[in-house]
Design a protein around this ligand. Structure first.
Ligand code: AMP
Ligand code: MG
Length: 392
């Protein structure tokens, strides 16, 4: 059986060709830059005051020096002053600093008398002047290709006057849900039926990645499974199947995928939850078949599907954020498979939660992390450090 480590390598080795488009900056959050972005201007574009106070001309700036106030410069006023020796202008934060100014003194450091000010402290040269281009010079690389665009990035791009950026396209994804026992929430349950929960869950997880996905239902029969997967492959970059990948008589997904000539990268991973999981490729397309059990499905999504989704849009941190934390309580191990345990990170510790069944979501719904326990790991004692994967 494939180990978790081998499965992760196979996933990371899949390198689809990336497609790009030009995106409006305000709607580019969560996208990845497809090219270096150069600054079209100096930032700040002119020498700027960083304080409300006075711009001082030439002259001594020791304590007790006096300057004559000859005018006022407010933010946005656009007036420029030619300061002579011993002259100052009243200035406000963000206003252009006269080229002849030597420093800005904040208003708390002076005493004003009619048209003169007296310095209460010595004022160092260039104090509180933001020089032209101090943050960014025109033509410099403002943000590098491969950067994930965040709200701060959007602010920075806007600050430079940039309105559009080249980014990588997000993948097109279809979620195919198998299982004759499943009924959409909102309808009435008949005996033997359960509500279908994987599609809304997986679509929500994809939405957190900024990917809009559609789901379709597939009956548990081979012909329909082949047909629906075939149709999904024609219009999608990634196909995520739910259920039907185990060894029961009504599990047709693996046979259908073989029929459709999808190359099997791995099938079955030595892990709990999520042993029956399939990853395959066909050219530029990726196909995942996730276990039907809801907790196993979501756990596998975060560990294997998410990295491939991220690869499609050039995101370089393909995995969930991972770090080591001490475990709040010991864990008894009764298996030789690797485990992903639903957990809660709190106050610098990780608590493994009660109720790890792959059929249940109640525990997953309370968790903010998965603890990864490698196959060869022994029992864990309180305070032992474990690998924690933080959920989005
Ligand atoms: P399967 O992987 O198809 O054998 O399904 C395993 C278990 O998960 C069965 O108890 C199914 O009823 C349940 N299951 C499968 N798909 C879903 C789904 N989309 N939503 C909720 N439960 C599911
Ligand atoms: Mg099934």
């Amino acid at each position: 059986m494939t180990t978790v480590e081998e499965a992760k390598i196979l996933v990371a080795q899949f390198n689809p060709n990336l497609k790009t488009f030009v995106c409006n900056v305000p709607s580019s959050s969560g996208m990845v830059l497809a090219e270096d972005v150069l600054s079209p201007i100096h930032m700040p574009p002119f020498a700027q005051s960083a304080m409300d106070g006075y711009a001082l001309g030439d002259g001594s700036r020791v304590q007790g020096s006096t300057f004559k106030v000859v005018g006022e410069a407010a933010a946005g006023s656009g007036v420029s002053f030619q300061l002579k020796q011993g002259e100052a202008v009243r200035i406000f934060t963000g206003a252009p600093v006269p080229a002849t100014a030597t420093a800005i003194v904040q208003q708390e450091w002076i005493e004003r008398n009619e048209n003169t000010i007296t310095l209460q402290r010595e004022v160092p040269d260039r104090m509180h002047i933001r020089s032209q281009g101090e943050q960014m010079q025109k033509g410099d690389v403002a943000i590098e290709k491969g950067t994930l665009i965040t709200p701060a990035t959007i602010g920075f791009l806007s600050m430079l006057g940039i309105t559009t950026v080249p980014v990588f396209e997000k993948p097109k994804i279809t979620v195919l849900v198998t299982g004759n026992e499943l009924v959409s929430p909102g309808l009435e349950l008949q005996y033997g039926q359960i509500f279908e929960s994987n599609s809304t869950m997986l679509i929500a997880a994809l939405a957190q990645e900024g990917v809009e996905a559609k789901s379709e239902r597939v009956a548990d029969n081979l012909d329909e499974t082949i047909e629906k997967i075939g149709q999904a492959m024609a219009k999608s970059d990634i196909i995520i199947l739910s259920g039907g990948i185990s060894v029961g008589d009504h599990d047709h997904v693996r046979t259908a995928l073989a029929e459709l000539r999808v190359n099997e990268e791995f099938y079955k991973v030595a892990q709990k939850p999520g042993k029956p999981i399939f990853f395959g490729t066909k050219g530029q397309k990726a196909v995942f078949a996730l276990p039907g059990n809801p907790a196993a499905s979501l756990s596998c999504f975060y560990e294997y599907v998410l990295p491939v989704v991220r690869k499609f849009y050039g995101h370089q941190d393909i995995h969930l954020p991972s770090f080591k934390l001490p475990i709040a309580d010991g864990v008894i191990r009764k298996m030789d498979r690797a485990q992903f345990l639903k957990a809660k990170v709190e106050n610098g510790k990780v608590h493994v939660l009660e109720g790890q069944s792959s059929a249940m979501l109640n525990t997953f719904a309370l968790s903010n992390a998965q603890v990864y326990i490698p196959a060869n790991s022994q029992e864990l004692k309180q305070g032992d450090f474990v690998e924690v994967h933080l959920l989005p």
